[in-house]
Write a protein that binds this ligand. Structure first.
Ligand code: C2E
Ligand code: MG
Ligand code: MG
Ligand code: MG
Length: 276
């Protein structure tokens, strides 16, 4: 009875809506299966010191290749994982893989590995224990691990976020603010939670050095970071002109396709040797 109203349409629900809902259910089921079967992968994107070109860090990025759909973007399935709680086992796998590989690469000059933390992970119980276990299992010093959080964590539950992250920092783990400048939160959190690094969002980098607004924003972020004693990592660096401008503006590190996309761990050995 909901059918057949109007021209070939459905009156009381939209076919697009049901299709979207069933797609969501499908993605959820398939993601759960990949988690169970341990077929998610972790790739690593180089972070480079602008003054020397050395690879100093690696950001762990989760990768999902579905047998039928091909590569599925994290932007698509991370929200599903967050909504369903699958982010906890998923995050644990990424953390473990990141620590194990970083431990091997440290002897080749890598300083740190960065892992993205979802606000949902931060709000869950047991993260502290997982961190301790992953570090111990990989024999990785806490200083070699960096957690990337977005400003969103300070909007949701600022007190809790500051408390939890401060505790991690006391243990020596580093903290970076990811996508810095896009999060609508106030800068006040930088006083409550002293962080180590700001990752300048790629939307500000994209049109450098021609866009005068982005130039102004980059200069301000560099100044702010210098005054607060923080490092800046520019995200999404794709051209030499961007890299040159960032270096001259006082940004210390960069990450982006200019230096390389995220690579599977087996392709990393060569990278570290080359950069030294
Ligand atoms: P993010 O943490 O800001 O990661 C940077 C994203 O920019 C990555 O996309 C990376 O592949 C992409 N990227 C790097 N360099 C360039 C460049 O030069 N140009 C352009 N256009 N893009 C570049 P990816 O891997 O699709 O990840 C998207 C987002 O998904 C990440 O943003 C992060 O928020 C989230 N994510 C990825 N892996 C994980 C994970 O293991 N756990 C959690 N919680 N979130 C993750
Ligand atoms: Mg990140
Ligand atoms: Mg980012
Ligand atoms: Mg992002």
């Amino acid at each position: 009875e909901a059918k057949k109203k109007g021209r070939g349409g459905y009156r009381f629900y939209s076919p697009d809506m049901t299709r979207a809902a069933s797609r969501r259910v499908r993605v959820e089921a398939e993601l759960r299966r990949s988690l169970d079967e341990r077929t998610l992968a972790v790739h690593f994107q180089p972070q480079v010191k602008l003054s020397t070109g050395d690879v100093v860090g690696a950001e762990a990025l989760v990768r999902w290749r579905h047998p039928e759909w091909g590569w599925v973007s994290p932007g698509h399935f991370i929200p599903v994982a967050e909504r369903t709680g699958m982010i906890h086992p998923l995050g644990r796998e990424v953390l473990r893989a990141a620590c194990v590989h970083a431990s091997r690469w440290r002897s080749e000059g890598l300083q740190r590995v960065a892992v993205n933390l979802s606000p949902v992970q931060l709000e869950g119980e047991g993260l502290e224990e997982e961190l301790r276990e992953s570090l111990a299992e990989a024999d990785l010093p806490p200083e070699a691990l960096e957690l990337e959080v977005t400003e969103e964590v300070f909007l949701r539950d600022p007190d809790r976020a500051s408390r939890v992250l401060s505790r991690f920092r006391e243990q020596g783990i580093q903290v970076a603010i990811d996508d810095f400048g896009t999060g609508y939160s106030s800068l006040a959190y930088l006083k409550v939670l002293p962080v180590d690094r700001l990752k300048m969002d790629r939307s500000f980098v994209q049109s450098l050095p021609d866009d005068s607004q982005d130039v102004a924003i980059t200069q301000s972020v560099a100044t702010l970071a210098r005054e607060l004693g923080l490092e800046v990592v520019a995200e999404g660096v794709e051209t030499c002109a961007q890299a040159r401008f960032l270096r001259e503006t006082g940004v210390q590190q960069a990450q982006g396709f200019l230096y390389g996309a995220a690579l599977p761990p087996e392709r990393w050995e060569g990278i570290l040797n080359l950069s030294r």
